[in-house]
Design a protein around this ligand. Structure first.
Ligand code: BGC
Length: 371
């Protein structure tokens, strides 16, 4: 089968002919339809992240995925040939209490693997084999947007983390909040844009920031009733606005510190962008920073990966997005190209794009394919 592989920590990638994975009892063979490309994939191709499976020099790339069940092994239940599925990414260590409870996104040993990223092959290949517990069914009506489910699962978890902290102060019986809660989303890539959608559905006033003037992302934000702001010169451009919740999706260290200044009293900043570990050291006024966090009950929390429950929440929200803003979610996908053109997406992110997708199987993303 065709597969795009990298050899971390060596930079580079190539399209190769790889052996088809064998089907075993209790497993499902999935024909890959689409794979989304993100910064993590580009970091792996740059040789800065990722790890091949044990004993192999090569790692099949791809973790944002959509596929179709092609064959069901004996003793498998719950899925049938033809079903659309999105596979989760992380596989647990098999030892810690979180992994044993299907919550490997909180793995305590660090001995997890992640398909397409760390110690396990990914989905940028003609097919893969997996156990049904890691395959999330998607209804055909969501065919054209389902490749966004993995980044949406990251958002679902991050928002849940934020709301868990915000819930400390809600509700106060007899003293209901006046006005909508407010949120700021940092970054208008797929994670940032999906966060804006989720937060609008949850009733937040939303401003989304990035470092360029409003383009298609700004237009889409306008449609969902969110605001776009260019903060190229820092969050001071927001004029001292303070919000309840910040969802960060940039991985920019200086911005991470700036975002603390945007928090209102009792606010929470959830970080999802993964900064470069070799980012230049930053000098921060630590006293003022921590003093502010304490005096205002604020929290800064990191959030990585997502377990199956967040993929399932994402399926519900994809439907909610379609109901509220028909056709809008599909516009987050800026381009689709055949997997042979992997190099156009896995080296640099094309400017001005939100989510770029490699098509592996037949392109059924058009209106005709999306039943
Ligand atoms: C993926 C997550 C993963 C993280 C760290 C992200 O790009 O979406 O599933 O846990 O990278 O490897």
């Amino acid at each position: 089968m065709r597969a795009v592989v990298a050899r971390p920590p060596t930079a580079g990638a190539e399209l190769v002919d790889a052996p088809n994975p064998g089907l075993a009892p209790g497993r499902v063979r999935v024909r890959v339809l689409e794979v989304g490309v993100c910064g993590t994939d580009r970091d792996i191709v740059a040789g800065e992240y990722g790890e091949p499976p044990a004993g192999s020099p090569a790692l099949i790339l791809g973790h944002e995925n959509l596929g179709q069940v092609a064959e069901v092994g004996p003793g498998t239940s719950g899925l049938a040939v033809g079903d659309l599925v999105v596979a989760t990414v992380r596989r647990g260590c098999g030892r810690c209490r979180f992994c044993l409870a299907n919550r490997s996104d909180f793995c305590e040993t660090g001995e997890y693997s992640e398909r397409g990223i760390r110690r396990a092959d990914g989905y940028l290949a003609d097919e893969y084999v997996e156990a049904p517990e890691y395959l999330v069914p998607v209804v055909p009506a969501l065919r054209s947007v389902a490749v966004l489910l993995e980044p949406l699962s990251i958002v679902e978890k991050a928002v849940r983390m934020g709301l868990a902290v915000l819930d400390r102060k809600e509700p106060t019986p007899g003293f209901p909040r006046t006005g909508a809660p407010s949120a700021l989303v940092a970054g208008t890539g797929a994670v940032g844009m999906l966060a804006a959608l989720v937060l609008r559905i949850r009733g937040f006033d939303v401003v989304a920031i990035d470092r360029h003037d409003a383009d298609v992302s700004g237009e889409l934000l306008g449609v969902i009733g969110a605001r776009h702001a260019n903060v190229r010169d820092g969050v001071g451009a927001l004029g001292g606005a303070r919000v309840d919740l910040v969802i960060e999706a940039t991985g920019s260290v200086p911005l991470d510190f700036d975002l603390v200044d945007v928090l209102g009293p009792n606010g929470v900043l959830v970080l999802t962008g993964i900064p470069d570990a070799d980012a230049p050291p930053t000098t921060v006024p630590g006293g003022a920073l921590f003093r502010g966090l304490v005096l205002h009950n604020q929290a800064v929390v990191g959030s990585v990966n997502a377990n199956r429950t967040y993929f399932e929440a994402g399926v519900r929200d994809l439907r909610a997005f379609e109901e509220r803003w028909p056709g809008l979610t599909a516009r987050l996908i800026s381009s689709r190209r055949p997997m042979e053109r992997w190099a156009e997406l896995l080296v640099e992110r094309p400017a001005g794009t939100i989510k770029n997708v490699l098509t592996v199987g037949p392109d059924g993303s058009s209106a005709e394919g999306a039943r």
